[in-house]
Design a binder for this molecule. Structure first.
Ligand code: FES
Ligand SMILES: [Fe+2]
Length: 370
């Protein structure tokens, strides 16, 4: 691991800081569009990804399908239609039917002729780790490129928190910035996820291929509510760790927890926290989150009640604290572009700077955003 000090931070390029939003979407990548449990057999579900409305459904064999979510006739949203036999989506307006490849396969009127240009785009989709992964690019998708979230495959009873989701009215990069720089927990989540003793922690950056890790270790810091709940529930100081793993463009696995001062991680406890982003538009993001407890200690056995409590606390934190701040940031960027051309860089920006460098390289090698 290399520790980045302030003087090692890359300086701003002409007219642009190294942490400025790229303003671009990566197309040839897997997007974690929804939890598997959100796609119910027999129902249509709409999501927006990269400014494209998409309708999702399960085929009769249970596999997931995704086709463009707007009817080619008069642009009715297909979410207002219904699933009919043979894995077909029937538009709710005039009854055109589309199959899982997006082909228009039935025109109920006149001679039933289907004019050219009636078909819709279909999107590759893979169901893995209880997540539906959507491919928006034109290159051949490789399922091996899906990041590892096998913590969800077979979690021990009582260790899994809710598969939850929110929409944030902000560009996805502002959320990536937030998650790649967890120093904000000391202030924005003071007492719940962090406290100001954590401002002195070192920030270690590690990169493996295009995967970036940002790690912090804090020694002998006052108890943090979420972890105290899982650990000894005595409010005494602990050593605290968090290591965030990022895969482009917005897939996060956070390994975090506490142990007694001077002890080892194996003697502590914590969670694997997952954050999964898909840009809807330039100013809104589909945000999935959940968590699995790790290394549960005998004193605090896993129960669905504790898992539910962790889930509720996390939702409160993300919805009322991160969302408030990040949406307000987006609002500032939208309304005051002249005041926000240059961002000042600090040591805590090592994580955002590194991921942005990787993301820019991936974007440059991708196809242009349509
Ligand atoms: S808008 Fe869909 S059939 Fe007319
Ligand atoms: Fe946060």
């Amino acid at each position: 691991m290399d520790t980045l000090e302030p003087q090692l931070m890359p300086g701003p390029a002409a007219g642009q800081t190294s942490v400025a939003p790229t303003g671009r979407f990566l197309r040839n990548t897997w997007y974690p569009i929804m939890w598997s449990s959100d796609l119910v057999a027999g129902e249509l579900a709409e999501r927006v990804a990269l400014e494209e409305p998409i309708v999702f459904f399960r085929r009769e064999d249970g596999t997931a399908a995704a086709i463009a979510g707007v009817c080619s006739h008069r642009f009715a949203p297909l979410r207002l239609g219904k699933l009919c036999g043979g894995d077909r989506v029937r538009c709710g307006y005039h009854g055109l039917e589309f199959d899982a490849t997006g082909a228009c396969v039935r025109n109920p009127y006149g001679d039933g002729r289907i004019p050219a240009g009636s078909s819709l785009r279909a999107y590759p989709i893979v169901e893995r780790h209880k997540i539906l992964w959507l491919w928006m690019g034109t290159r051949t998708p490789d399922p091996a490129a899906i990041p590892d979230f096998s913590i969800f495959d077979d979690p021990a009873p009582g260790t899994l928190t809710k598969f939850d989701a929110i929409t944030m009215a902000a560009n996805y990069e502002l959320i990536v910035d937030n998650l790649m720089d967890l120093s904000h927990t000391a202030f924005l989540h003071d007492g719940l996820l962090g406290n100001d003793s954590m401002t002195q922690s070192s920030i270690d950056i590690r990169q493996e291929g295009n995967t970036v890790y940002v790690a912090r270790y804090n020694h002998n810091v006052p108890a943090v509510k979420v972890y105290d709940l899982l650990f000894r529930q005595d409010g005494k100081p602990t050593d605290f760790w968090d290591t965030m793993r990022w895969d482009a463009p917005g897939c996060f696995l956070l390994d975090t927890g506490v142990h007694a001062p001077g002890a080892t991680k194996a003697e502590g406890t914590g969670i694997y926290a997952v954050h999964l982003l898909t840009p809807q538009t330039a100013t809104s993001t589909n945000y999935l989150f959940s968590a699995v407890r790790q290394n549960v200690q005998n004193g605090q056995p896993p129960t669905p009640e504790i898992a539910a409590k962790i889930g509720e606390l996390r939702r409160f934190i993300f919805q009322s604290q991160d969302t408030l701040m990040i949406e307000a940031q987006q609002d500032v960027l939208d309304r005051f572009p002249a005041n926000t051309r240059h961002a000042a860089l600090f040591s805590i920006d090592a994580g955002p700077a590194r991921y942005k460098r990787v993301l820019r390289a991936l974007l440059d090698a991708d196809e242009p955003t349509m």
